[in-house]
Unconditional design. Structure first.
Length: 183
């Protein structure tokens, strides 16, 4: 079943890319109509290089990278129906090495490749640690576990600042499990 979902996601992603291998035009503007936290397209050369590295390693069509306006070290991948985008917070861009950027963007692309951002997936599946571990593992297979572990460690530091103690404990416990799964 996973192979079917992955094949469907890969086919959808391949169809979503216009001729020439570029991401669809104005995808960040389209994303903003659905998600108020999405900003402009990211043109930072480090992010663009990471996207190119991931497209090459994963054999997936390129996607747009958009700014994610949140005060956390975070990234998301979303399906707009006919195309996908990845959004990164300024903290991810400012605090990540090239290897960590590949790991973060690779993790988000892995969600797409695994069919975890396919249309209707979120309606029938809830986010679980299993899906996060699968995306971590695929990103680590593409680029090595070290960058992914470093990113998860940064996420753990960020999670320690959550104001709600129960959320803080749950996030740290989940991140510890994800780090352990990669070792």
């Amino acid at each position: 079943m996973r192979r079917i979902a992955c094949s469907a996601a890969l086919a959808a992603l391949a169809l979503a890319a216009p001729a020439g291998g570029a991401a669809p035009a104005d995808i960040c503007a389209e994303a903003r109509t659905h998600q108020k936290h999405v900003g402009a397209e990211i043109t930072d050369p480090r992010v663009q290089q990471a996207l190119a590295d991931i497209a090459k390693a994963s054999n997936l069509a390129p996607v747009a990278a958009c700014e994610l306006k949140m005060p956390y070290f975070n990234a998301i991948a979303e399906n707009l129906g006919g195309s996908f985008y990845i959004a990164l917070t300024p903290q991810v861009m400012a605090q990540s090495s090239a290897a960590e950027l590949r790991a973060v963007i690779g993790h988000e692309m892995a969600h797409i490749a695994l069919g975890q951002r396919a249309a209707g997936f979120e309606l029938t599946h809830h986010r679980t640690i299993k899906y996060e571990e699968e995306a971590d593992a695929l990103s680590a297979r593409w680029f090595g576990a070290e960058g992914m572990i470093s990113v998860l460690t940064k996420l753990k530091t960020d999670a320690a600042r959550l104001p709600n103690e129960a959320q803080r404990r749950l996030a740290i416990r989940e991140l510890d499990a994800r780090i352990k799964a990669l070792q």
